[in-house]
Design a protein around this ligand. Structure first.
Ligand code: AMP
Ligand code: TRP
Length: 335
């Protein structure tokens, strides 16, 4: 079972290579990655193999992969304190997905909400979109992971990974640590600024309601100024009743490092206009240094590739014994 939060945890998380990264990614996930680097041994994986499960452009995948590596270093991942690598550089990921498909129920995969949402109304739904969570389970389990920092939308996938691990352990003998998801207390689900009942997302959201980490400051300000709020003027945190305002309160709370009650108190009787202006400004301030570091890091392709290759080497070594145990316990004749 997982160890306590003790400083000796194995941390693992993955992030898709395609799609420009947005404020929800930062608040729900990247911010947690940075914080968990010192919890123990931390692995962060750019999940390029997952990116081919939906419509994508090969050149875009290629370029976005290096963009994302630079961005992750820019938000604060430190190559001395964590291992960042590309999923396709460590073949154990693809192999473990196949092996784990033996202990994953077809029915279980059909119940995944992400599969249903992403597949709905599409003319072509790839088999990869269906088996996506099995690849993700392999990502996590290969590292004997204790904690998985993710946003709320990945809750069901992490639960499935736990289930797969338990079924494998029961059938073939204790092989995997049972991982647990960790979700931020504030900001686990950042909503679209134009449609605050839907999560912020570059693939499914509105462009005007999605704040990109690398947006220009004026674009960020404008997106917040035109954010959809609710009727009334009361700045009160109540996600079900006032989704628009509550989303802005959460974002300001994270971006300015103040608690939700403090934000509510500060805007008591002031109305939405002030709140929107200040959230926009706080997010501009939050991302300004990230944007600057990103530009420096992205300019050096060679160094990015070198860091990723060091990361992949470390990941390969770490995953190897677990993959070997999987083959052995499942009855394969070893090489
Ligand atoms: P993706 O870019 O879909 O690979 O997501 C990477 C990480 O960002 C995952 O841990 C997601 O849960 C998290 N994430 C994505 N969108 C949001 C959002 N709107 N609010 C909070 N977390 C999010
Ligand atoms: N499915 C995750 C997402 O879309 C990305 C992911 C792939 C992941 N493998 C993972 C997250 C392993 C955590 C752990 O956001």
């Amino acid at each position: 079972m997982s160890k306590a939060f003790s400083g000796s945890n194995v941390v693992f998380s993955g992030i898709q290579a395609t799609g420009a990264k947005q404020l929800g990614n930062y608040i729900g996930a990247m911010r947690q990655y940075v914080a968990t680097q010192d919890e123990g041994e931390a692995f962060f994986c750019i999940v390029d193999l997952h990116s081919i499960t939906a419509d994508y452009d090969p050149q875009d995948l290629h370029d976005r992969t290096l963009d994302l590596a630079a961005l992750l270093y820019a938000v604060g991942l430190d190559p001395k304190r964590c291992t960042l690598f590309l999923q396709s550089h460590v073949t154990a990921h693809a192999e473990s997905a196949w092996l784990l498909s033996a202990v994953t129920g077809f029915g279980q995969l059909g119940r995944m909400t992400q599969f249903k949402e992403k597949g709905e109304g599409k003319e072509f739904v790839s088999a990869g979109l269906f088996t996506y969570p099995v690849l993700m389970a392999g990502d996590i389990l290969l590292y004997q992971t204790d904690i998985v920092p993710v946003g709320d939308d990945q809750r069901q996938h992490v639960e499935l990974a736990r289930d797969i691990a338990q079924r494998f352990n029961a059938r073939y003998g204790e092989t995997f640590t049972i991982p647990r998801g960790v979700f931020p207390q504030v900001g686990a689900r950042i909503m679209d600024l134009q449609e605050p009942t839907k999560k912020m997302s570059t693939s499914a959201g509105t462009p005007q309601g999605t704040v990109l980490i690398l947006d220009e400051p004026d674009t960020i300000r404008k997106k917040f100024k035109t954010a959809v709020t609710d009727s009334g003027r009361e700045v009160r945190y109540a996600p079900d009743e006032k989704p628009g305002v509550s989303n802005l309160i959460e974002i300001l709370s994270v971006a300015s490092g103040t608690s939700i009650p403090e934000v509510e108190a500060a805007y008591d009787g002031r109305g939405y206009g002030d709140l929107k202006g200040d959230v926009g400004e706080a997010v501009v301030t939050l991302f300004a240094p990230v944007k600057e570091r990103y530009a420096e890091l992205r300019a050096d392709d060679g160094e990015l590739r070198r860091l990723l290759s060091v990361g992949a080497e470390k990941a390969r070594e770490t995953a190897k014994p677990t993959l070997e145990s999987m083959y052995e316990r499942m009855g394969f004749v070893l090489r």
